[in-house]
Each structure stands twice: as structure tokens, then as C-alpha cells.
Design a protein around this ligand. Sequence first.
Ligand SMILES: [Zn+2]
Length: 93
Amino acid sequence: MTHRRYATSYCPRCEQMRRFTKRAMESRPHLLATVLTLGLWGLPWMVLARRNAARLWHCCVCGKHRKTLAPYAEGYLAASMAGSAASSCTSLP
Ligand SMILES: [Zn+2]
């Protein structure tokens, strides 16, 4: 129940703007499970969500890891989530 998220940010190793990616958890199946189990699934979901939040972003080109990206990247992220589902590390530099 994971998918990949993408964002563009400055990579200090490449020394230019690069695409970053990280694995992200899908909320919908967990929400459904929580409703179906009358809230019981909420606890493991919280544990999984915390673990998911700790995942690092990594540069699609050099693989450099970053804990957080620049704030503007989140706006790009929201736009890219709503847009093409065909995003991948290989489609852009
Ligand atoms: Zn890089």
C-alpha cells in the first residue's frame, strides 16, 4: 500500500535542481480498514504513518538522501500528485 511521491528541489551533490522521490503510504485503504474495524485499525495506521513520515527523499540522479526538501517543493508535489500519474525518476532529469 505504498506509492512514490516526487518533488523538485536543489541537490547539493549535483549542484542543480533535481527530481527527488520517496515512498509514500496511501491513506485510502487504511481509512477504509479503520472504518471496517470500527476504529481498531487506527492504531497500527498511526504507527505506519509515523514510520512513513521518517522516510528520506532521495535524488533521482545521484541518490543523495535528504530529510526534508525546500518548502516550495511541497507545492510542486501537490501539483504533481494531482497531475500525471506517470511520473517517474527516469522521465525527467
Ligand atoms: Zn543529486
